[in-house]
Design a protein around this ligand. Structure first.
Ligand SMILES: Nc1nc2c(ncn2[C@@H]2O[C@H](COP(=O)(O)OP(=O)(O)OP(=O)(O)O)[C@@H](O)[C@H]2O)c(=O)[nH]1
Length: 777
């Protein structure tokens, strides 16, 4: 059996200690129904390669356990040999791009050509298989990742379709976290668009090898070479052109395969149209030779021997070329660039070949690392093998009308059997694996066992939420968690009838389990529920799902920005809470130092108490008192962030001191301390990119200025379009879509994403301080 290896890490967290205690960013001004732990950021795969192996974890298994283990190893070995597809032939891939670049269409074509989908759906007809949710079909956009398994050339390909809209970038992050490789799609007319840049950076962060597919070569204005150049200028990447188009727009016929030096021409554009390999047309011979030389000169750099032969005039053979393209893709030395038209059914099969030929198998990516739940200082790794102890990551939860809820899990190591028990190592709870399902968009297949490298859906898990680890109870590990963004927008929501109250609570809990970027809270005092998310569309979809899936009719208030409060300087306050009203009194004396922290740090509590000035048993009272206040800043009641509270001194009374007295003292210290620390209000600032015809440029800029926008740059786009890049407070962007539409007769478009939090101008702070919290309409 492969040994479980242990590594020491310097980043162990001490979540429960008084010193260095951290809590999540407070997200609502009122009481929470749901609190989420702040998750540590995942480090990149390349970072992982740098760690040092120290020792093996000692085993303390009893003889009986040893025997059982020996038996199960033998059983596993037998199963390994029964593996239908060897692990080296697995490809776990995602398809990512800007909105409307054609991800869903391409995925549909892949499913068709790999034989899993007999009746193909068209996105614009609202019948695409991957876009299975009703809202997606109506709106023609992809809003959740749907995982599906398919086969090509004896390889097993697990595909995750990801959304392009910025409100759902979390979905893209989640997909990237569990994938080994990606196809980046571009619209050949628009080239590299803003959301492609965002997902590209996300893929960089997770070290995901990728190939590029320049889609929509049949569209008017299609330009493969311009898109290739934009990959250099906008993404800073090194493209390796391995195909060039034959024709473009109406005349797009196929591609030149620069590896085989053959033209691949489709006989028609209907589904299932046949293609043939033929000689390169005379007018493309020179261009093809040029691009092939560039390709070969790039790849030979990866192998000294091949380079030497090449310099002596020997061109590498097809097998060597493919091996080196694969090597360079996996090591991110370059990104192969292909082209086609998914809609016109051209280029999809060679794209599938490229997935198999150039994207990595689970064996070619660094082993997954995590920590020992008993000892967070100890880093453990799991390599992709059925012989390792089971470890998997729950990366998505979806409500399902048949089985209640489905938990999507990427199996990193070991095997998972239906009917067995696994450990949720984040919660320390066992979960029974009821059904294991292999997903095919909206249909499913029961399987008995999932093996290393698989992506499966589990039915009937009770406690596991997105981002948590499931593992072998005898070999526990907590895998690196995912980063979830904090919501930037909120609205009040109220059920229309009393009968809907319970249904709404059930629905909100389920939706929050599925989507870690969606939060909700309820203030019993004013009888109000507030939902929080990443944008207007995100919350609109949540309300829509409440209605459709949970049959809840609700009134929804106007959207409000999630402001935050913070401090600008250090302050120290001494606060004595003393009460004597007959009977036992209350006494607590504390000195707390409040320190500003770097943006995004949340809130931290530390105790520097020495010699028992404040006895240990009272410190939780101080922590609790401070934490309660952190969700309610002194300026306008917004959550307080980026603050460290340090308990430096205090005193107590033998009879009158209690946890409650210290809790109340902490509240008093917070109020005074915040006021002394230069409190400030922060607001989300969005990076906005507007694409508009030149004649409306003046109006667009004037309007952005009137929204407190700061214009950063202008640019040009094909087709005489202008691009404006600006930073605008989110508070000024509500309903921008209709203003922009009206102003430009529907000819301009925009995308935006969170850039940073910044200080709110004083006059707006004053208005906010006197404003009511959101109320449902
Ligand atoms: N002309 C042409 N149209 C295409 C092609 N591929 C996709 N489309 C069309 O482009 C539109 C968007 O395609 P989708 O597949 O939904 O794009 P998507 O990237 O999944 O979109 P989101 O999920 O909303 O981000 C649809 O109307 C498609 O029919 C293509 O190769 N050529």
């Amino acid at each position: 059996m492969a040994a479980e290896s242990a590594r020491m890490s310097s980043t162990g967290s001490s979540l429960c200690n008084f010193n260095g205690y951290r809590r999540p960013l407070p997200l609502s001004p009122s009481r929470f129904l749901l609190l989420r732990p702040r998750l540590s950021s995942s480090s990149s795969r390349s970072e992982f390669l740098g760690s040092v192996r120290l020792s093996s974890k000692p085993s303390n298994l009893s003889t009986l356990q040893h025997q059982r283990r020996k038996f199960s190893v033998l059983a596993m070995a037998a199963e390994e040999s029964n593996r239908a597809v060897p692990l080296k032939d697995y490809r776990n891939i995602g398809i990512m791009a800007h909105i409307d670049a054609g991800k869903t269409t391409t995925t549909e074509r892949i499913l068709y050509y790999t034989g899993r989908n007999y009746k193909i759906g068209e996105v614009h007809e609202g019948t695409a298989t991957m876009d299975w949710m009703e809202q997606e079909q109506e709106r023609g956009i992809t809003i959740t990742s749907a995982a599906t398994t398919t086969f090509w050339n004896k390889h097993r390909i697990n595909i995750i379709d990801t959304p392009g809209h910025v409100d759902f970038t979390l979905e893209v992050e989640r997909a990237l976290r569990v994938l080994d490789g990606a196809i980046c799609l571009f619209d050949s007319v628009a080239g590299v668009e803003p959301q492609s840049e965002t997902v590209w950076r996300q893929a960089d962060k997770y070290g995901v090898p990728r190939i590029c597919f320049v889609n929509k070569m049949d569209r008017l204005g299609a330009n493969f070479f311009r898109t290739r150049d934009m990959i250099v200028t906008n993404l800073g990447a090194k493209p390796l052109v391995i195909q060039i188009p034959v024709g473009a727009e109406d005349n797009f016929q196929g591609i030149i395969d620069l590896v085989k030096m053959k033209a691949v021409i489709w006989s028609g554009e209907e589904l299932g149209a046949k293609f043939v390999y033929e000689d390169i047309p005379a007018d493309l011979e020179e261009l093809s030779r040029d691009y092939r030389s560039q390709m070969i000169e790039t790849i030979v750099e990866l192998d000294d021997e091949v380079m030497e032969s090449y310099l002596e005039g020997v061109e590498p053979d097809e097998e060597t070329i493919k091996r080196l393209i694969r090597k360079g893709t996996i090591s991110a030395s370059f990104v192969p660039v292909l082209c086609g038209s998914a809609f016109k059914n051209k280029g999809v099969q060679p794209l599938l070949d490229a997935v198999v030929d150039y994207l990595p198998s689970p064996l070619e990516v660094p082993p997954m690392k995590g920590t020992d739940p008993e000892n967070p200082e100890l880093t453990i790794e799991r390599t992709a093998s059925d012989d390792e102890p089971f470890a998997g990551l729950a990366f998505k939860i979806m409500s399902d009308s048949f089985v209640g809820s489905l938990t999507f899990v990427r199996v990193y190591a070991g095997k998972l059997s239906a009917g067995s028990y696994v450990l949720n190592s984040n919660k320390g709870k066992k979960e029974r694996i009821g059904r294991l399902l292999e997903m095919h968009a909206n249909s499913r297949e029961d399987v008995k066992v999932a093996l290393a490298g698989d992506i499966v859906a589990l039915a009937g898990l009770k406690d596991t939420i997105t981002g948590e680890t499931l593992c072998d109870p005898e070999k526990p590990i907590v895998l690196e968690r995912m980063d979830f963004p904090d919501p930037v927008i909120k609205v009040a929501i109220e059920p229309k009838t009393k009968a809907d109250v319970d249904k709404m609570a059930t629905g909100l809990i389920k939706l929050a389990q599925e989507d870690p970027s969606f939060h909700f809270s309820r203030d019993e005092e004013i009888n109000q529920t507030v939902i929080e998310g990443m944008g207007e569309l995100h919350l609109e979809i949540i309300v829509d799902r409440l209605k459709r899936e949970f049959k809840v009719e609700a009134n929804v208030g106007a959207p409000q920005v999630n402001y935050r409060e913070s401090i600008s300087k250090v302050s120290e306050v001494k606060y004595v809470h003393k009460k004597q009203s007959g009977g036992q009194g209350q006494f607590a004396d504390i000195t707390v130092r409040f320190e500003p922290m770097e943006a995004g740090s949340g809130y931290e509590f530390k105790s520097e108490i020495k010699g028992g000035a404040v006895p240990r048993e009272y410190i939780p009272g101080v922590m609790k008192g401070l934490e309660e206040c952190m969700s309610n800043g002194v300026l306008a009641g917004f959550p307080v962030v980026d603050v460290r509270a340090v308990l430096v001194d205090g005193s107590y009374h033998d009879v009158d001191s209690s946890v409650l007295a210290f809790q109340l003292a902490a509240r008093g210290a917070f109020r005074e301390g915040m006021k002394k620390s230069g409190p400030k209000m922060l607001e989300p600032i969005m990076k906005v990119e507007v694409v508009t015809p030149e004649e409306h440029l003046g109006d667009v800029i004037g309007d952005l200025n009137s929204r407190r926008g700061q214009i950063n740059s202008f640019g040009d786009k094909p087709g005489g379009l202008k691009v404006v890049d600006a930073l605008v407070p989110l508070a000024e962007m509500f309903q921008y879509v209709s203003t922009l539409r009206g102003m430009t007769k529907g000819r301009a478009s925009y995308v935006m994403q969170l850039a940073k939090f910044d200080v709110v101008p004083q006059h707006i702070q004053n208005q906010l301080a006197t404003k009511e919290q959101p109320v449902a309409a």
